[in-house]
Every structure is written in structure tokens, then in C-alpha cells.
Write a protein of this length. Structure first.
Length: 435
């Protein structure tokens, strides 16, 4: 539960400088919040405060500060609460209330094999849809793959097939919680309409996923992850169980798939821009494929990493400890560190990775200044699956088709985005021919 604020805004001790002219895009029109915060950092240094709407944010960018940020314990400074505060701007409250199975519970090591079988099926389906030759937007291709892999994994019988799949894709694209940080400027409209369009989409999702529950009773096909969610509601009355299962699956899907397959889109673009690396991946160099996936995701990160303080915490900085009261958001911004924390990070270079770590020496004053899947206790539990899915997909698509980008211009991110892996501001089209 978010602590209530009494009196004025929470005040750190000592109080850093306030970026008085800066607002965040949920509360004001900000064309490029990343550039705006970069300019504030240039003026004010590596630690400053932003007051936006009813919220106070403390931004930290120094090596000691970022390392201390990642070390904050979840029970005192919560990533989960910070993420919820962002996503609730787009998603109806009922998506969060009463959940019994959360996304991280379906990404154990024993689950990866199940997911990868579904990736194989999804890529085979995508290859059939592409046909012998043509032209496609790589980001649309990767997004559709994401929907199919996720719904095949936990959506239940029939969710990843035929017209039900097409209906669920349209509804999930409308519901899309990632819009809260990809297009934060649109959240004023969402609030003004009382999330009416989102609730309509949610009703469609519940009705279609509910069909899988009915079909599950009539056959013996295994849907292990879906069955795990169903089992969590075994003690509920039938009507409550149906809604509960469908809402669990909804939150799992919107929280798990969109960033992964945005990253896959950049991975495909970067490989096509570097044909020598693409050829080695096509020929089966899995180590290089994973390094390319890590590097593409590093470069594409546009995430605001945030913790909401549930109790007072101390953040150690170069100049001494900073006492932070409850009710504040402490944050850092990956695009301002991932590409600039050491020389050469502004270029795509997979050779900088040794397995899943940056090679040393790498010039970083703190390892936490560059991240792809987080650090420490807040590392993404889906990292093994995500990397395996990206590399499997790129190998299959490169093996089955020859590819050529339609433009020599590298795609630009959505400038209003502040959070998650970048979305492309425009389609990135590529021509292909079956080998």
C-alpha cells in the first residue's frame, strides 16, 4: 500500500537542488523526457529532485549513488510499487486487485523449456505467414511473435490459434499497459475517459480466455503454465475463479511480453545492419547471438528504474549519506548511463560481452551504471528465457530467409517514451526471400 502524504512533499536531508522547470510527461507536455532530464543533469549534477504533479522524484546518476540505488531493499524501497504506480495510469485497477499468480512466478528455470517449444512453434507460424518473399515491419513481426508465444504458454487451449488469437491480439494491443511509459502523453485521455476503452478490451480478453477454461475440461492436452494459474484458484467459487484466472493471465501477459519483443525487434534490426554478425548467427554461433541480443537491448533501453520508498531509507552518495523519507520515488534513467558511463558505449559492439557480463577492464566506475536486465535482487527473472527466445528467433529467421532493410537510416525511438525498451517511432521495413 502506498503511504499517505501528510503536509508538504517529502523532503530528503540534505535537500538536493530541485529542477524547478522540469516536469515528467504524465503531468505535463514533455516532448522528450530523456533529453529534458539529461539537460537537468548537466545543470544540476548527478543528484537532483523533480517535483511533478503530486509526486517528488529523487534522481541519482553518480557511480556510488547508482550502486546504492540498486542495493535498496524491496521491503523499504519497492520496485513493485513504483511499477504499479506507473502502470495503473493505463490499466484498470481490477487487473491488479487480488492476483494469486504474478509474472515472476512463471519464469523458473524449469519453465524455460516449455517457453522455448512455444517460441519454435511461433517462429514456424510466422515463417508460414511470411510466405516465400515480401516485405514486413520488423517491430510488428516481433510484437505478433510476442503475443503468440505468451498466449501459447499461459493463455490456455485455443488462445494462440485462429480467430481467438486475432481477437486477443487486438484487445491486448488496446489494453497495453506499456503505453503508460511509451506514450505517457496519452494518459490524460485515458484518465478523462475513465479507462473506458481499456475496460472494453479487458472484457473481451476475459471472455476469450474464459473459453479456454471451458475447453480445458473437455480434453487432455497439457497446458502446464495455464494449469498452474487455474490451480491457484481451485478453492474459489466457479464465477470468481474464472475471472481470477483470466485477470492473472492478463497481468502476466502485459507485464512479460511487450519489452521482450521490442528488444527482439532491435536485435533483428542490428543484425541486419551488421551482415557479418548476422551470418555467424545464421550458421549457429549461439554465443555471438546472445552477445548481440544483450548489446541491442542495452542500446535500446529507455527505462526509468524506480523505487518507491515505503519507509525512510539512507542512500549513500559520494558526498555523504542522504536521508530519504517515505513517500518518494528514487530513480535513475538507463539511457543516460548505458551509453555514456564509459568510452565507446555509444556504439553497438557485441564483443564487449563475455557471456552475460561486460568484459573487464571496461572503464566503468561502477558495474551498476550499465544494465540490461537489472542488478542484484531486482534482476529480471525472465532473463534466461528472454535471451534464449531472442537468439532462437533470430537464428531461425536468418536461416530460413535472406533479409535486407528497406532504409539505411537506423530507426529512432519514440521520443515521449520514458520506461521500458524503446519502441520505434516509425515502422522499420525489411524485404525477405526464402532461402
Amino acid at each position: 500500500m502506498t503511504p499517505r502524504r501528510s503536509g508538504g512533499p517529502p523532503t530528503p536531508d540534505p535537500m538536493p537542488e530541485i529542477a524547478t522547470a522540469v516536469r515528467l510527461p504524465w503531468d505535463a507536455v514533455v516532448g522528450d523526457p530523456v533529453a529534458t532530464l539529461a539537460e537537468a543533469r548537466t545543470r544540476l549534477g548527478d543528484t537532483f529532485v523533480v517535483d511533478s504533479g503530486d509526486d517528488r522524484y529523487l534522481f541519482v546518476f553518480s557511480p556510488v549513488g547508482v550502486a546504492a540505488f540498486y542495493a535498496l531493499p524491496e521491503e523499504k524501497a519497492s520496485k513493485g510499487v513504483a511499477d504499479w504506480r506507473m502502470l495503473r495510469r493505463k490499466l484498470p485497477d481490477e487487473v491488479f486487485d487480488g492476483r494469486r499468480v504474478l509474472p515472476h512466478q512463471l519464469f523458473g528455470r524449469e519453465d524455460v523449456a516449455t517457453y522455448l517449444r512455444n517460441v519454435e512453434v511461433a517462429v514456424a507460424g510466422a515463417a508460414d505467414e511470411l510466405g516465400p518473399e515480401g516485405e514486413v515491419d520488423l517491430f510488428s513481426l516481433s510484437r505478433r511473435l510476442g503475443h503468440r508465444v505468451g498466449l501459447a504458454s499461459w493463455g490456455g487451449p485455443g488462445a494462440a490459434e485462429g480467430e481467438r488469437f486475432e481477437t486477443l491480439v487486438r484487445a491486448f494491443d488496446q489494453l497495453d499497459g506499456a503505453e503508460s511509459f511509451v506514450h505517457p502523453d496519452a494518459m490524460a485521455h485515458v484518465a478523462a475517459t475513465g479507462k473506458a476503452e481499456e475496460r472494453q478490451a479487458l472484457a473481451v480478453i476475459i471472455s476469450r480466455l474464459g473459453l479456454g477454461l471451458e475447453e480445458r475440461r473437455g480434453h487432455d492436452d497439457a497446458h502446464a503454465l495455464f494449469d498452474r494459474v487455474v490451480g491457484a484458484w481451485a478453492d474459489a467459487v466457479p464465477a470468481e475463479a474464472v475471472t481470477g484466472v483470466c485477470l492473472d493471465i492478463t497481468l502476466i501477459h502485459v507485464a512479460s511480453m511487450s519489452n521482450l519483443f521490442a528488444a527482439l525487434g532491435w536485435h533483428l534490426v542490428d543484425l541486419m545492419e551488421h551482415p557479418e554478425a548476422a551470418e555467424q548467427v545464421r550458421l549457429g554461433d549461439t554465443g555471438l547471438a546472445e552477445a548481440c541480443a544483450l548489446e541491442s537491448t542495452r542500446m535500446a533501453q529507455r527505462s526509468i528504474m524506480a523505487r518507491f520508498t515505503l519507509t525512510p531509507v539512507t542512500l549513500d552518495l559520494e558526498q555523504g549519506p542522504l536521508e530519504i523519507p517515505s513517500g518518494m520515488t528514487v530513480a535513475t534513467l538507463l539511457p543516460l548511463t548505458n551509453r555514456s558511463a564509459a568510452p565507446g558505449l555509444d556504439r553497438w559492439e557485441p564483443a564487449r560481452w563475455n557471456r552475460r557480463r561486460l568484459r573487464t577492464p571496461n572503464g566503468l566506475p561502477a558495474a551498476e551504471l550499465v544494465t540490461v536486465f537489472g542488478h542484484g535482487g531486482h534482476s529480471c527473472p525472465a532473463r534466461p528465457f528472454s535471451l534464449a527466445a531472442m537468439t532462437l528467433t533470430s537464428r531461425r529467421l536468418l536461416s530460413q530467409f535472406r533479409w535486407e532493410l528497406c532504409s539505411s537510416e537506423h530507426p529512432e525511438p519514440v521520443r515521449a517514451q520514458i520506461g521500458g525498451v524503446a519502441r520505434s517511432a516509425a515502422p522499420c521495413r525489411a524485404r525477405y526471400w526464402r532461402r
